[in-house]
Ligand binder design. Structure first.
Ligand SMILES: Cc1ncc(COP(=O)(O)OP(=O)(O)O)c(N)n1
Ligand SMILES: Cc1ncsc1CCOP(=O)(O)O
Length: 453
C-alpha cells in the first residue's frame, strides 16, 4: 500500500470542504471531546466529503464508530490498541495505522501488522504535551529500515521545509496539524505542502543513487553535463539548518543545487545524479576550466557558515570522507582536484571555511594537505609588491590551478588567490599576504602535482 506523502489531520470535518479542494488526498479526522451523536455526524460528513474529492479518510480513536459508518481506515494510539477489537476491524477490511514512540511500541505495531507506522514527535510539537522527546530525523531512517515496505508516517512539528527533510530521511508520508490549521491562510499553506511533497507523490525526478549509502531527495536544478568529471568541490550550506538548505537546493526557483548534502548527523542525501550537471559552483575557475559545474561533483556539507564557525561534527566529517573517497575512486579524481568552493571562486566564496578539517579527509586518502613550517622564510610579499618573488608566486598559484594572471605585480587577484590558498592549505593565518610559510607550502604542493596519495 502507498500513502500520499502529505497527510493532513483536521480537528473538525468542516475543514475538509476548505482544504480538500486544494488537492489534499490523505486526511485524518481527529476530533476530541464530543458527544457520540456529534462524533458520528462528523465521521459521516468527513466520509462523504472525502469520497467526493477522492481522498482517503482515516478516523482517529473512534474505531467502532468508524466501522459502523463504513469507513475503511483508522488510526490508533498505543492506548487505543488495548481497547480496540483488532480482529473485528480486520474482518471488516478496515486498515489500521499505529502511533509509535519507542522500540517497544514499534515492536507492537509490527506484530499487529499495522498498515502504517507513525513515528512522532519528530520535532517539538505545540499541539499537545508529549511524553517523548523529539525523535529526530536519524530515527526516521532507523524506523524505516525496521519496517521495510510498511509505510512510515512522520508526525510532529512539521512544516513544508521539515516535511522534505523527513521524506528524504525515509518517511513515506509527512503528517501535520498545527502548521496548517493555525496558519493565517490554511488553503495557501496546504498548497505549499502539496508542492513541497510533489516529488514523492509522483516519484518525479527519482533515480538510483550513485553512492550506496545515499538516500535520494531529488532536486530539479540540473542540466546536461558538458565535460567529464575531473574535480570534487566541497561547500558548506551556510544556513541555520539542514532542512532549510535542503528546501532551497530542491526548490526550482532557487536555481541552485549540489549532487550531495551531508547532514550534521552523517546522513547522506543525493539530490542530482552524478551524470548530470548540478548548479553548485557559480562563476568559477580551476586549471583553465571555467565550467566547473560541468567538470565537477559538488558536496554541500550542512554548516551555518562563516559567522558561526563551530566545528563540523565528527559523524558528518566521517560520512563526507567516505562519500568523497567513493566519488574520487569511481571518477579517478586525483587528490589535488579535491577542491574547496573558495579555491575555484576566490574573493567570492569562503566555503567550506578554514575551520573545515581537511586533514581528517586526507587521513582517509581524500585530497591533499601540506606540512606546515612557521619558521620558514622571513620575506613576505603582499599587495603592491613586484619582482621575482611575486612572479614565482603567481607561477606556482597558476600551476596549482588558481586563476592568476602572470602580471609580476601583487595585485588584487593575487591577494584573493593567496587568501583562498591559505584558507585551504595554511589555515593558521588567512590574510592574502604570501609569507615564507605560504610560499613554501604552495611550492611543495606544486611539486606533488600528479603524485598519488
Ligand atoms: C498519523 C498520526 N500519528 C500519530 C497520531 C497520534 O495518535 P495518538 O497517539 O492516538 O494520540 P492522539 O492523536 O489521539 O492524541 C495521530 N493521531 N496520527
Ligand atoms: C498527535 C501527535 N502525535 C505525535 S506528534 C502529534 C502532533 C502533531 O501535530 P503538529 O503538526 O501540530 O505538531
Amino acid at each position: 500500500m502507498r500513502l500520499d506523502p502529505f497527510y493532513l489531520i483536521v480537528d473538525d470535518a468542516d475543514w475538509l470542504s476548505r482544504l480538500l479542494p486544494q488537492g489534499v488526498k490523505l486526511v485524518q479526522l481527529r476530533v476530541k471531546d464530543r458527544a457520540e451523536h456529534d462524533l458520528r455526524a462528523q465521521i459521516a460528513t468527513a466520509r462523504e466529503i472525502c469520497a467526493r474529492h477522492g481522498a482517503q479518510l482515516v478516523v482517529n480513536d473512534y474505531w467502532r464508530l468508524a466501522m459502523e459508518e463504513g469507513c475503511d481506515f483508522v488510526h490508533l494510539g498505543q492506548g487505543d490498541l488495548d481497547a480496540a477489537d483488532i480482529p473485528a476491524l480486520r474482518r471488516a477490511g478496515v486498515r489500521i495505522g499505529v502511533s509509535t514512540h519507542d522500540e517497544a511500541e514499534l515492536g507492537r505495531a509490527v506484530s499487529l501488522s499495522a498498515d502504517y507506522v507513525a513515528l512522532g514527535p519528530i520535532y517539538p510539537t505545540l499541539l499537545k504535551q508529549m511524553d517523548f522527546a523529539p525523535q529526530g530525523l536519524a530515527r526516521v531512517g532507523a524506523w524505516k529500515a525496521r519496517i521495510g515496505e510498511t509505510p512510515l508516517v512522520a508526525i510532529g512539528g512539521l512544516t513544508p521545509e521539515r516535511a522534505i527533510a523527513a521524506l528524504a530521511a525515509g518517511a513515506d508520508s509527512a503528517c501535520v496539524v498545527t502548521d496548517i490549521l493555525r496558519n493565517a491562510e490554511p488553503e495557501a499553506r496546504a498548497r505549499e505542502w502539496l508542492s513541497a511533497t510533489q516529488p514523492w507523490r509522483e516519484r518525479e525526478g527519482f533515480f538510483e543513487p550513485d553512492y550506496a549509502l545515499a538516500r535520494v531527495c531529488p532536486s530539479p536544478n540540473h542540466g546536461a553535463r558538458l565535460r567529464p568529471v575531473s574535480s570534487l568541490v566541497l561547500h558548506y550550506t551556510g544556513m541555520q539548518t539542514g532542512e532549510a538548505a535542503l528546501a532551497l537546493l530542491c526548490n526550482p526557483r532557487s536555481e541552485v543545487s549540489a549532487h550531495y548534502v551531508v547532514e550534521e548527523d552523517g546522513r547522506v542525501l543525493q539530490l542530482v545524479p552524478e551524470s548530470r550537471r548540478a548548479w553548485h559552483a557559480g562563476i568559477s575557475y580551476w586549471a583553465g576550466e571555467t565550467d566547473m559545474n560541468s567538470a565537477s561533483i559538488g558536496i554541500e556539507v550542512v554548516h551555518p557558515g562563516y559567522d558561526d564557525p563551530r566545528p563540523y561534527p565528527a559523524a558528518q566529517i566521517e560520512a563526507t570522507a567516505a562519500l568523497a573517497k567513493d566519488i574520487c575512486r569511481r571518477h579517478a579524481i586525483p587528490p589535488e582536484r579535491v577542491l574547496a568552493h573558495s579555491d575555484i571562486a576566490p574573493g567570492r566564496k569562503r566555503d567550506p571555511g578554514e575551520f573545515f578539517p581537511w586533514e581528517e579527509l586526507a587521513r582517509c586518502g581524500v585530497g591533499r594537505v601540506v606540512e606546515q613550517n612557521p619558521a620558514l622564510g622571513a620575506t613576505t610579499v603582499s599587495l603592491g609588491d613586484a619582482g621575482a618573488k611575486v612572479a614565482s608566486l603567481q607561477r606556482d598559484l597558476a600551476a596549482y590551478g588558481y586563476r592568476v594572471d602572470q602580471t609580476g605585480v601583487y595585485d588584487a587577484q593575487t591577494v584573493q588567490a593567496v587568501e583562498a590558498f591559505q584558507r585551504h592549505f595554511r589555515r593558521a593565518q588567512v590574510d592574502g599576504r604570501a609569507d615564507g610559510e605560504t610560499r613554501v607550502a604552495l611550492a611543495r604542493l606544486v611539486a606533488t602535482l600528479g603524485e598519488r596519495v
